[in-house]
Design a binder for this molecule. Sequence first.
Ligand code: DGY
Length: 374
Amino acid sequence: MLFWTTIYTHKIMFTLANVHNFVEQQSIKAYKIYQLLYHSDKILFKNCSQMSNAKKSVYVTRPDVAAVGLDILKKECDVTVWSKCEPVPREELLKQIVGKSALFCALTEKIDKEVITRAGPQLKCIATISVGYEHIDLETCKSLGIRVGYTPDVLTDATAELTMALLLATSRRLFEANKDVYNGGWKPWSPNYMCGQGLKSCQVGLFGFGRIGQEIAARLVPFKPKRITYTTRNKQADAATKVGASYATFEEMISESDIIIVCCALTPETKEKFDKSAFTKMKKNCIFINTARGGIVDQNALYEVLKQKQIMAAGLDVTTPEPLPLDDPLLKLNNVVILPHIGSADIETRNQMSQITALNIVAALKDERMIAEV
Ligand code: DGY
C-alpha cells in the first residue's frame, strides 16, 4: 500500500513539475491553450452557455469619446469607462483590463503584451479610436487571436484638410504675421514684410501615398504646383494618374522638393526616416510638413536645420513627445508652426471615429466582420 501511494505521489509531483515547466518556458503557448479551452463551449466550463448569453464586458479608456459610440456599446455590453478626460494611468489600465472581453482605447495608451495578457483569455478585441495603431502590439494580438479594430477612411478628409491648413500657415507665415498684429510688429505696408513661399510653381513631395496622401494631392492641385511627386514602397500608378503625381525615390524627393509633406504610417522602416542626413540634402527654401507621427522625424536634427536656416520652415501637427514641453527649443524658433495633434479633429469625424470603434467591438464580440480590422 505504502509502495503504491509513494509511486502515485511521485507521479502527481512529476506531472505538476512538468506543467510548471511548460507554463514557465512557453507562457504564450500555455496562454493560447488556456484561451482555446476557455472558448471551447461546453467542454470544460460548466457555466459556459450562461456566459455566452451574459453581456460581454468592455473597458473604455476615455469618458469623452463621442456619446454615439458609448451608446452603441452600452446597449450591447457591460461597459466600464475611465472617469477622467485624460489618458488612463497605466496601473489603472492594468487593473481594469482584467476579465474584459474588449478594449476601446486611444493612441495615448501603450497596449503591449503586459496589458494584453493581463486581460485574460476572454479578451477578443482591441479597438483604437485612431487610424494609427503603432501603440498596439500586433504580434501578441495575432498570436493570441485577438482582433484589432481601427478607424481609417473617416478621418482622411479631415486630416488632408488640416495638412493644407498647416502648409499654408507655414508657407505664408500666418502665425508669425498674426502675432505682429497683437505685439505692435505690424507697421505700415512694406514690400518685403512677411514674404513667404507661394505654392504655385513649387515641387511638392509626398512621403506616403495612401488614403491621406492621395487626398492631400487632390487638394494641392488647385494651388497649381509645378509638380507633385510621391514616395512609397509600392508604386500607386492609378491613384497617381488621377492627381497628376509622379513617383520619386526618397533621394530624389528630399533633394528636389520645395515642399515635403509626411503622410505615412510610423513603422520600423519609417522611424526617424527624416534624419540629419535627409534634412541636410533638402533645398534651402524647403518647407517640411508632418501630420503623420512625430517618430518619423529626428526632431533634434530638424531643430538644427531650422535654426541654421538650412531649410525654410516646418509645420508640425505631431511631435515627440506629445504634448511638447513648454521649454522645448523648437518653440523658440520663428520658422516653425506647431499644432497639438489635431489632424482628425473635426466634430463629425470624431463622432464617426467613436461610432466605428464601438461597432468594431460589437462585431468582434459577435464573431462578425468588423468595419475596419487591422
Ligand atoms: C490617428 O487617427 O491616428 C490620428 O493621429 C489621430 O486621430
